[in-house]
Design a binder for this molecule. Structure first.
Ligand code: BGC
Length: 855
């Protein structure tokens, strides 16, 4: 029987032609073999084998042979030991791995804030072009063309990193864009995150006051290699894009487009000579997917004296407008997430992020879209001069183009809408970095938000390389004493104590790498982030008082607890010293497990004991007060703060608190991801479903009931009376986003408990099927494209019966925990079995049928 090998990939899933990893990590789906051979060669025919290895692993296996050299191409293939057939050959190509590989230097021309200068150069190529690579990045953002063709559809390149220490570049295969003889390369460069305004306090030029392009084109020809790099021979000019800012939007006057500047033969003698800058530090090849247009759909324009649009979906992106009109005619596009009670765009929550695109036509028909910006919006309004005709509008949603891995659905459309809202909020906030929101003058890498959402994000998508990239910046941004900034990349550092060191937020240093380990079996990231994790826990421990309680310093606490004063979201019901101390205990214990996995036995003992001692202190000194609140109970259970003999009582207490509020949730950013799991693990399924299915405010389905298409920042962003929250913050502009994913952590419970699918071991090498029907659901299903293949479940329940079909990936083991119920008969794959609470299953598809004596 021929084996087909699937899932062959490298850790670097940038989709680029080359990688910056000198030792790429390889993975493939197991085929049920004991071991595998991996072979590497210099050629696709494997005539020149470089090395091979045999391994039992199928995940993160180093490419055989020495580390790759810059520009080196190597092929690899795999087969099960004892088998003849090999997998398809796979190709890896190294990018520029040494700083010394760069002969090009960044080029810049003077440009006003928000301006978008153009840079170009012409060059000649001999006959016999074999292949060509463009290595390119910018201080700012760039779009680059060769002979008039865009080198890629990647957006907002090179993305946002801690630019002072780390700047990403990309490699493109541009062989097909070149010609013998005259060629031209040109780029537009914008401020982006590098020089544009960041945050709500109106400061710009965070990383530098001159934008620049760095490009190195290497053309292999029959006569050798021709290198065309950015240098003093480049020239700079201005084009149609007058200004572009991430928050502000984009202003384009098509009449100012210099015709032909992207092609050879353009006369640029009046353009300015470019000057060069030093090579930036920390040039690193992008190893995660690019930001791309991921969804596009037509939007109807409602012309009632004004041109209004409802895209039907809150998104991060922009509108592509096709319009016809005379030269000089103007078109303006404004955006908002919601309409106010007059039906007007409610733009106040955008604060200083104007999010307005302006166009001036140059006569005739034009397809208009902004560049170097994006907006967070559902609704828009177009204002156009009377002589303009709008021929069509499309909504374009952008996101870091991660591979979708998880899907969930059930018999209740409201819950399905909630799940879709979570997917959209993740997509809209995974734009180069994980942000809090995509619309206002924030859009920052808030650590706390991704800390609570990371496990869910890793179910929904293959988020490994994306979050690994962000974690590298987290370690860079961390303070020397281990304190963690609130946002990464860090732009709040100057705000002193307020700007760093909060519980739940800083814990992203431990929680996010742990989420990657659980979801993907990713030991490498644990290893790479270990020093950062330990520094955070040590810093936290240094804050403890004599009672081992963390009571001092600023913390966000259970942020946006629905009971907190709307102007002071940090004033949650659960005492913040409890959340701070409990979270530190949790992180110390996680660090102990991680130390154990990495063979650091001493650290494992130390942090294990530290975590236990802090837990005891939290319970002893703050437990009673804490369990008067939903978050306190949930945290006491999920973080094992409550001693084992108290867990039942705390579970009872939590269930009572939920019933007392009629199923209305009472938790903020830190309690919400924990509460449903805490109820389930203490057997309070009914109360968990009471929370999920509650349509009153605050609650997930209240948002759905109010027409939400993404997850809201505040539970009461829109009240039961339909009124929009003022968003008032003591001493700041309105804080009111309709697109924050923190409360979207509910999807983790939808996968694990409603559908019943979760990993029982890191990387899904063991799968747990533990569905708990409830809330009136008659069926639910979930599937996961795990690192080792597809896992799935679909169950149906009816009067006294329950049936399920489950799929276990090859090479995995699985357990099925039967749903609660007094079952009288069990059939597995058509065979009748003794009723047992847990079934063990091997790879493949299995059918389970339960019935009770009632049916
Ligand atoms: C952000 C949140 C963040 C919070 C912490 C808000 O402004 O939008 O995402 O977690 O501040 O204060």
């Amino acid at each position: 029987m021929t084996i087909s090998y699937t899932g062959l990939r490298t850790r670097d899933d940038s989709g680029l032609i080359a990688t910056g990893e000198a030792r790429p990590l390889l993975s493939w789906h197991p085929v049920g073999a004991r071991a595998y051979t991996v072979e590497a060669a210099a050629d696709a025919a494997f005539d020149e084998v470089i090395a091979s290895l045999t391994t039992e692993r199928t995940f993160d296996v180093p490419l055989p042979g020495p580390a790759l050299a810059s520009r080196e191409v190597r092929w690899w293939r795999v087969r099960a030991v004892g088998e003849e057939e090999w997998s398809e050959p796979c190709r890896v190509e190294a990018a520029l791995l040494e700083a010394g590989d760069w002969t090009a230097r960044p080029v810049t021309v003077p440009a006003a804030p928000d301006a978008v200068p153009l840079l170009r150069r012409e060059f000649a190529l001999p006959q016999g072009i074999l292949s060509a690579r463009l290595y390119v990045t910018a201080l700012g953002l760039h779009q680059t063309w060769i002979n008039g063709a865009l080198v890629s559809e990647d957006l907002l390149e090179p993305g946002w990193t801690e630019y002072r220490d780390r700047l990403l570049y990309a490699t493109y295969d541009v062989t097909g864009l070149l010609a013998e003889g005259r060629n031209a390369i040109g780029a537009a460069v914008a401020d982006g995150w590098y020089r544009g305004p960041l945050g709500w306090f109106g400061r710009s030029a965070w990383y530098g006051d001159r934008t620049a392009l760095l490009a190195q084109l290497e053309v292999e020809t029959v006569d050798g290699c021709v290198v065309v790099g950015t240098d003093e021979t480049w020239r700079g000019g201005t084009g149609a894009v007058a200004s572009a800012g991430l928050y502000a939007g984009c202003t384009t006057d098509l009449r100012n487009e210099p015709r032909g500047w992207r092609e050879p033969g353009f006369d640029d003698r009046d353009w300015a000579a470019a000057t060069t800058l030093d090579l930036p530090a920390g040039l690193e090849h992008r190893s995660m997917p690019a930001v791309r247009a991921v969804r596009t759909w037509p939007v109807e324009v409602v012309a009632d004296g004004r041109l209004r649009l409802d895209t039907g979906q809150n998104l991060a992106g922009y509108l592509r407008v096709t319009a016809t009109g005379p030269a000089g005619a103007e078109i303006t596009v404004r955006h908002a997430e919601v309409l106010d009670d007059q039906g007007e765009l409610h733009t106040a929550p955008l604060r200083s992020a104007a999010s307005v695109d302006r166009y001036t036509l140059d006569g005739g028909r034009a397809v208009l879209e902004p560049v170097f910006t994006f907006h967070g919006f559902r609704y828009a309004e177009i204002t156009a001069d009377p002589e303009v005709r709008i021929d069509g509008v499309e909504a374009v949603a952008i996101s870091s183009d991660l591979r979708r891995t998880g899907r969930f659905s059930c018999s209740d459309e409201r819950v399905n809408r909630l799940y879709d809202n979570v997917i959209w909020s993740q997509m809209d906030n995974f734009v180069s970095i994980p942000t809090d929101c995509p619309q206002r003058d924030e859009r920052l890498g808030w650590t706390g938000d991704i800390q609570v959402f990371a496990p869910t994000a890793c179910r929904n998508s293959d988020a490994r390389s994306f979050l690994r990239n962000w974690l590298r910046d987290l370690a860079i941004a961390q303070y020397p004493d281990g304190k963690m900034p609130h946002v990464v990349p860090d732009i709040l550092g100057d705000l002193g104590d307020w700007g760093s060191g909060s519980t739940g937020w800083g814990d992203a240093a431990v929680g996010v790498p742990w989420a990657l380990y659980e979801a993907y079996g990713d030991l490498e990231t644990l290893r790479d982030q270990y020093a950062s994790m330990r520094a955070w826990v040590d810093w936290g421990a240094s804050r403890l008082d004599a009672d081992r309680v963390w009571s001092a310093g600023f913390h966000f606490g259970d942020w946006l607890d629905p009971g907190a004063p709307s102007g002071d979201p940090a004033r949650a019901a659960v005492p913040t010293p409890f959340t701070a101390t409990a979270y530190l205990s949790h992180s110390a214990r996680l660090l102990a497990r991680i130390a154990g996995l990495l063979g650091r036995a001493e650290d494992a003992d130390h942090y294990g004991a530290l975590g236990d001692a802090i837990a005891d202190a939290a319970w002893k000194h703050l437990g009673n007060k804490a369990i008067e609140t939903q978050t306190g109970c949930a945290m006491a259970l999920r973080f094992r703060i409550a001693p084992d003999d108290e867990r039942h009582a705390v579970g009872e207490r939590l269930a009572a608190l939920v019933r007392a509020r009629g199923g209305r949730i009472g938790t903020g950013f830190l309690g919400t991801p924990l509460i449903l799991h805490a109820l389930t693990e203490t057997g309070h399924h009914e109360e968990a479903y009471l929370l999920l299915m509650n349509e009153r405010c605050p609650g997930w389905l209240h948002q759905v009931g109010q027409g939400a298409t993404t997850v809201w920042e505040r539970w009461d962003a829109i009240g039961e009376d339909g009124r929009i929250h003022g968003g008032d913050m003591d001493g700041g502009g309105p804080m009111l986003s309709f697109n924050h994913y923190a409360y979207g952590a509910v999807a983790d419970w939808l996968y694990a408990t409603v559908a019943g699918l979760s990993p029982a071991a890191p990387g899904w090498s063991a799968v747990s099927f533990a569905p708990v029907p409830g809330g009136g659901l008659t069926w639910a299903s979930a599937e996961m494209d795990t690192p080792i293949g597809r896992a799935a479940i679909r169950w149906e329940t009816g009067d006294g019966s329950f049936s399920a079909e489950v799929e276990v990936p090859p090479g995995a083991t699985a357990t099925v925990t039967l749903p609660p119920g007094d079952w009288s008969s069990l059939r597995l794959n058509g065979r009748t079995l003794q009723i047992a609470p847990v079934l063990d299953l091997g790879p493949g598809v299995h059918r389970i049928a339960l019935s009770s004596s009632r049916s």
